[in-house]
Design a protein around this ligand. Structure first.
Ligand SMILES: [Fe+2]
Length: 312
C-alpha cells in the first residue's frame, strides 16, 4: 500500500497521463503520479512535474531553487533539490508552503522518492484554506500587518557561525557590509518592492529582515511555525524567526492556535514509494514530513514564482 491517508485518498494519475494529472492539480491542488515502482530519472521527474502543472494551465518549466532562499539547498541530481536541507531526520518538518517566506513564492512544488526511509518519513499535506477559515481573528491581523521574517547570518571574519544560513559575505558576494546592505535593499524576490534590511546583530552576526503577506486568495501562505526561535536545532543564536510585521511577537496563544488549526487541516499522510511523484499547488497545500529512521532520498523541483495575489 503506497499511502496511509488520514481522510481521503490523494488523486492518482498514471505516469504519462498528463491530462489526468493536470485535471487533479487544477481541481484538487494535488496529484500522485504512480510509476508502478519504477524509479524515475531526474529528467523524467522534471518532465512529469512540468507536464502536470502545464496541463493545469500554468506554462512554466522548473525554476532555480537557490538564491533567494536562506539555506543553500544541495542538489541530489542536476536541478533536483534535496528535501532534507538543514533538517534532522529525528525531528518532524513542520507544515509550510515551499519558500512561502519569500515575496515571490513558487506556484507549484513537486517531490519524488528515490529511496524510502527504513521507517517513517511520511509526506503530510495540510489544507491552507481550512486554516484561514479556522482562524478569522488571527488571519485578519496577519492581513493587517503581514509577517516579518528574520535570518541570522554569520561574519566570515569573526566568530564561528556554522549554521546553513551561512555568512553575509558569501550571500551578498562582498566583504563590504555597506555593499551587502545595498544588495539586501534590492532583494525584491525576498521582500517585494520594499526589499530587505541587513543590520549588525548579536555575537558578530548580521540580522536580515523582510516583510511579506501571510494570507493570499483565502489561503494561509506562511512559514511562521517553521520560523520560530523556539524551533531551533542549533546551539547558540537561533538562525530563523518571524513576528507580526508591526514588530509584535506571535504570542504562545497565537502559535498554539496556528499549530492546532494547521494540525486539524492535516488531510493526507503519504508514504511515497520509489518512483512516486507528488505535485502540489503550493498555495492550496502546505506540506511537512514525519520523523524517520535510516536513509531517505527524496528530491524536489519548483515552478515559476508568483507574487502573493491581491495585496501588492
Ligand atoms: Fe518543503
Amino acid at each position: 500500500m503506497a499511502m496511509l491517508c488520514t481522510a481521503s485518498a490523494l488523486p492518482h494519475a498514471a505516469r504519462g497521463d498528463a491530462e489526468a494529472a493536470g485535471w487533479a492539480l487544477k481541481n484538487y491542488g494535488a496529484v500522485l503520479i504512480k510509476t508502478t515502482g519504477q524509479v524515475v530519472s531526474a529528467d523524467e521527474f522534471k518532465q512529469l512535474a512540468v507536464a502536470a502543472w502545464q496541463a493545469a494551465g500554468h506554462p512554466s518549466s522548473t525554476q532555480e531553487y537557490n538564491g533567494p532562499g536562506s539555506v543553500n539547498r544541495a542538489e541530489i541530481y542536476e536541478g533536483v533539490y534535496d528535501v532534507n536541507a538543514g533538517r534532522t531526520n529525528t525531528m518532524p518538518v513542520p507544515p509550510h508552503s515551499e519558500q512561502s517566506y519569500l515575496f515571490l513564492v513558487p506556484r507549484f512544488v513537486a517531490f519524488s522518492c528515490w529511496e524510502q526511509a527504513k521507517s517513517g518519513g511520511h509526506l503530510e499535506l495540510f489544507d491552507n484554506a481550512k486554516i484561514v477559515q479556522a482562524l478569522p481573528d488571527f488571519t485578519a491581523k496577519l492581513r493587517a500587518y503581514n509577517v516579518t521574517y528574520q535570518r541570522v547570518l554569520g561574519d566570515r571574519t569573526k566568530g564561528n557561525w556554522s549554521y546553513a544560513t551561512g555568512h553575509w559575505q558569501t550571500k551578498y558576494g562582498t566583504s563590504s557590509f555597506a555593499e551587502a546592505q545595498k544588495k539586501a535593499a534590492e532583494d525584491t524576490i525576498l521582500g517585494g518592492p520594499a526589499g530587505s534590511t541587513l543590520k549588525p546583530h548579536l555575537q558578530d552576526t548580521a540580522l536580515m529582515e523582510w516583510t511579506v503577506p501571510a494570507v493570499s486568495d483565502g489561503y494561509m501562505l506562511n512559514a511562521i511555525l517553521d520560523n520560530q526561535r523556539s524551533f531551533n536545532e542549533n546551539d547558540g543564536l537561533a538562525p530563523f524567526h518571524s513576528q507580526f510585521g508591526n514588530g509584535e511577537e506571535f504570542s504562545s496563544k497565537d502559535l498554539e492556535a496556528l499549530r492546532r488549526s494547521t494540525q486539524e487541516a492535516l488531510t493526507h499522510q503519504i508514504l511515497m514509494e520509489p518512483g512516486d511523484v507528488v505535485v502540489l499547488d503550493n498555495w492550496r497545500w502546505a506540506h511537512g514530513r514525519q520523523p524517520y529512521e535510516g536513509k531517505r532520498v527524496h528530491g524536489s523541483v519548483i515552478s515559476d514564482r508568483r507574487p502573493v495575489h491581491g495585496i501588492f
